[in-house]
Design a protein around this ligand. Structure first.
Ligand SMILES: Cc1cc2nc3c(=O)[nH]c(=O)nc-3n(C[C@H](O)[C@H](O)[C@H](O)COP(=O)(O)OP(=O)(O)OC[C@H]3O[C@@H](n4cnc5c(N)ncnc54)[C@H](O)[C@@H]3O)c2cc1C
Length: 409
């Protein structure tokens, strides 16, 4: 196929950070005469997922942190298909949805994750008594459980299951809940424990980040949050979290981040994924063997930084997702002109909400060893920056503008 002269079809699968950044970046640079761009998403709305912990503690509604994708995509000349993909046929180059087929020359898979709740007995919320903030409905369910805790203060366990990769929200929920309970003068009635597969606090699946370990240990100790590292959660019941198949920690409310897997439509499409359903890619985020396919964000297969006594996986943050989307879009644009696009190591910037203040972390590259000493800073200004970043990101995303990646996260 001569992609240099033909008008091509680009399909982006997923309407969140990876999908939206890819579609906007491509549309900004590729005129309509060169490419039709279609974005398929099973959700009609874009949700600013990092704010789901704020939904869980009742300081945001899902409505406030989301917007309908139809108008901004139409304004940018991107066709929006509000459909659920059921399979990808990479030999025929088509995405199959419940409504029909979308043929493509280039396909960008940005379908995020499926919570692998089957990994630990009791992970929830909808499969078991555990709670989790991994999606808007789960965060809303958790908000109800938090209201019940306030009405009836009882022990809480927060943490992550073996093989988890998205540990940051567990830390945020521990700090946010601690802060909420102190504001209500209820904290003395709620024993709080943190259980994590990490070999030490602040490992986060990326081998740690400068002094974040010391910062988090100190912060948990001053807040009377007991922590267990190298802990394998083996069972969650209505009143306890069992660790290492023996120790049951009392918990009327348990919030345990699950390990993640690729979504079914991608995982079950032959020849596209590893056994966990994630897509293997090269440095341009191109599929390692299927022609014309790219993957970005949580859908991508990434090896852990190192073996740990209890498994923990590599984090794929929103900031990293946006970088992957920009690299994949650049490669598609370059391919249209008959060459290869640039690649870059991923860096990560992240602001952790600590309840009454925030901690800022910057690592470059994400995978150690690193050229730069990680930056770790703590203070009230970072909490304000996190709130401002949410508003700024949503403002830009709603208008189809380049989203600011450098400011916060
Ligand atoms: C509670 C929480 C807090 C977080 N906090 C931070 C933070 O502070 N900073 C940070 O950088 N990162 C944070 N992250 C991580 C960040 O949210 C993810 O990295 C980001 O959402 C990944 O984007 P994505 O586009 O790859 O996938 P997702 O956001 O998961 O989106 C997947 C998209 O694919 C669509 N889709 C899925 N299956 C199909 C299908 N079959 N057919 C059609 N469409 C489909 C979905 O509708 C959705 O639009 C947090 C994550 C969570 C859960």
């Amino acid at each position: 196929m001569n992609r240099q002269s033909k008008r091509v079809k680009i399909v982006v699968l997923g309407g969140s950070f990876g999908g939206l950044t890819t579609a906007y970046t491509l549309r900004r640079h590729v005129p309509a005469e060169r490419a039709d761009i279609t974005l398929i998403s099973k959700e009609r709305r874009f949700t600013f997922i990092p704010s789901l912990t704020w939904v869980a503690i009742g300081s945001r509604t899902v409505d406030r942190i989301s917007f309908d994708l139809a108008a901004p995509l139409a304004a940018k000349g991107v066709t929006f298909a509000h459909e659920t993909a059921t399979a990808i046929d990479h030999e025929r180059k088509a995405v199959i949805t419940e409504r029909g087929e979308h043929p493509y020359d280039f396909l960008v898979i940005a379908t995020g994750h499926r919570s692998a709740n089957e990994a630990v007995d009791g992970l929830g919320p909808f499969d078991g008594p555990g709670h989790s903030p991994m999606s808007p409905p789960e965060a809303e369910e958790l908000a109800g459980a938090v209201r019940a805790l306030i009405a009836n203060p009882s022990p809480v366990v927060i943490g992550a299951a073996p093989g988890a990769s998205c540990i940051g929200p567990a830390y945020e929920l521990a700090f946010e809940l601690d802060h909420l309970l102190r504001q209500r003068k209820l904290r003395h009635l709620v024993p709080m424990s943190f259980v994590t597969p990490e070999p030490h606090l602040g490992h986060m699946g990326m081998g740690g980040a400068g002094k974040i370990r010391q910062l988090l240990e100190g912060a948990f100790e001053e807040r009377d949050i007991t922590y267990h590292t190298c802990a394998a959660v083996t069972k969650i019941t209505a009143d306890s979290v069992e660790v290492d198949a023996g120790t049951a920690i009392p918990a009327a409310l348990s919030i345990v981040i699950p390990p993640l897997a690729g979504v079914e439509a991608v995982a079950k499409s032959p020849g596209l994924t590893n056994p966990k359903g994630f897509v293997p890619v090269d440095a341009h985020y191109r599929h390692q063997s299927a022609d014309g396919i790219y993957a970005v964000g949580v859908a991508v297969a990434m090896a852990p930084v190192a073996e740990t006594p209890v498994p923990i996986n590599f984090p794929k943050t929103g900031h990293m997702t946006d970088q992957m989307a920009e690299i994949a879009a650049a490669d598609i644009m370059a391919a249209l002109d008959g060459h290869e696009g640039p690649t870059a190591d991923l860096s990560a910037r992240c602001i952790l909400d600590m309840g009454n203040r925030g901690a800022y972390m910057a690592v470059d590259p994400v995978r150690p060893p690193r050229n730069k000493i990680p930056i770790v800073s703590e203070g009230r200004q970072w909490l304000l920056a996190k709130r401002a970043f949410e508003r700024t990101y949503l403002w830009h995303a709603r208008r189809g503008r380049r989203m600011p990646s450098s400011l916060g996260w």
